[in-house]
Write a protein that binds this ligand. Sequence first.
Ligand code: ADP
Ligand code: MG
Length: 586
Amino acid sequence: MTNKKMSWTKVLGRLIKYTWHASPATFVLLVISSLFMSTLGFLEIVSIKTLFDNAVDVANGEAIELIYKPIIGLLAIVALYPFGEWLEYMAQGYFWRRGSGYMKFLHHNRTSHMKSIEFEDSTNIDNLKKASSGSEDAPSGLRIIVQILFLYIPYILSLLIYLVNINPVLVLVIVLIFIPTFLLERIRVEQSFEFEDKMGNRRRKTEYFEKCIISREYFKETLLNGSFKYFLRLFTESNKEFSKEFVSTKRHILKSSVCMKLLNSIGFLSVLMLLVYFVYSGVISIGLFAAIYYSISKITTMLRSAIEAMGGALVGISNTSFLIRLLDDNCDLGKEADIPKDQDIQLRDVSFAYPNARGNALQNINLTIKAGTSLAIVGENGSGKSTLTKVIMGLYDPTKGEVVYGDKALHPYSNISKFKGISAVFQDFVKYKLSVEDNIKMSNITCEMATEDSLDKVEINLPELNIKGNTILSREFGGQDLSGGEWQRIAIARGLYRPHNLIVLDEPTAAIDPIEEANVFESFKRISIGKTCVFVTHRLGSTKIADRIIVMDKGEIVEDGTHLELLNMQGRYYELLQSQAQWYER
Ligand code: ADP
Ligand code: MG
């Protein structure tokens, strides 16, 4: 994503385009409902004026019929208000949901073309989060702008024109109401931002300590460690500090807000006095006095809600620029092609560095994986095993060198072409909160095949676990949870269900005990006959079944051979195996 600043007009233009595309009817409905409300508001003012003026005339001896018309008019307006509000409410809700739904769709669609490496760059991740919050909040920001343009501004403008037509000096009244109220509301909103700015950090800290005490994921550990008192103390201290800062910040803010309110009240009083003077000197009628008095509170409410909503709206709209940047970023989708996964895979002088990382995670790797054979990758933590598997699969493009499948270098091709025919079980595999079946079938959604076969292969027996294929694997959604080992088997079953000629397993058995792990790999070997299999393990008991083993150290391959060859070498592999031998002694 580029970091160029984007002009407001461009962002707004795009936002209008997206929300229009999401639902033209809703857009039109929002404009119409706003205009409708502003018209009602204006007619209400006119009716109030007429009613009061005519009432005065009636008091002075005119016929009573004179007030029927304005009363009926006002009644009609009052009756139409709930309808208008309902229309406005529906239009606003739809406008936001439909707009945000469409923008999320664009965002999600674009995400599917992203490269895995883009999620390893913290600035990029931050920008993606902003893009996502833009798609959530921006339509609601635009809704406020539409409301300002088609409700507030027409209302105030029509009132202004109406008053000027009666007497130009009345503009002064509107200005006297408008400017102080606008300033007061702006300051009020600024102060509440300032308050959140000051207090936010302290509040989050206090809430975090509370979470350590009462939330489900912390409870076990806090209970076992006997840390309740510790967190209670942290919470109490933080809460005390919070209260202290809260009161002093609030006091400071209140002081200035009281002064502002006082000034505002003085302004209001002067307007009132000015109006009384106008009535007294015959510039305006009693009716107009009443109408203006009534409209003051209305304008105040409008200004308040507009200014209050504007802060959040602007943040949402400005975050849309991240979404636009993402969508405009002409990402190279890559070519489509059939990349053979049943041929030799070659890594030619491959190096790889994570974004913003200091050194290389992989260094000058040369490796040929023969089709249909199994390769075990071993080595200490952080030696580059997981990274190597991701580069082999094409999830990360090498920063130097190339990965070649058969005779095709992998990097110019699309995600779909690259990953077709590859199955992977990651070290940090995902526990989807879906049913057992969906957890497996998702790796091959167009396939109708039952999941029993895959479950059998990983030795999962559903009745034994007291669950069914449609049981949701999450307590949160009314289902049941599994143990770590069982989850790993489900993840492997998912990998097996996907059609593949290459399967990559990154420590898929860490939660299973070492002896059982050897069994899983043994059955794995049976299943994957004729397929290329790359697996990472830090337990050397399982490596015997591999046709070939490589030992990684600091991003380099330091030993390479069969189990026996490496044993005879008496090098790193031998040492690692010796140190782990006791795991396998019964
Ligand atoms: P292994 O799987 O052998 O434990 P990894 O391949 O996960 O090792 O990590 C190799 C090296 O790359 C380590 O030094 C690790 O700190 C670094 N590394 C891993 N993931 C990232 C990442 N997302 N961003 C930056 N560095 C990373
Ligand atoms: Mg790893």
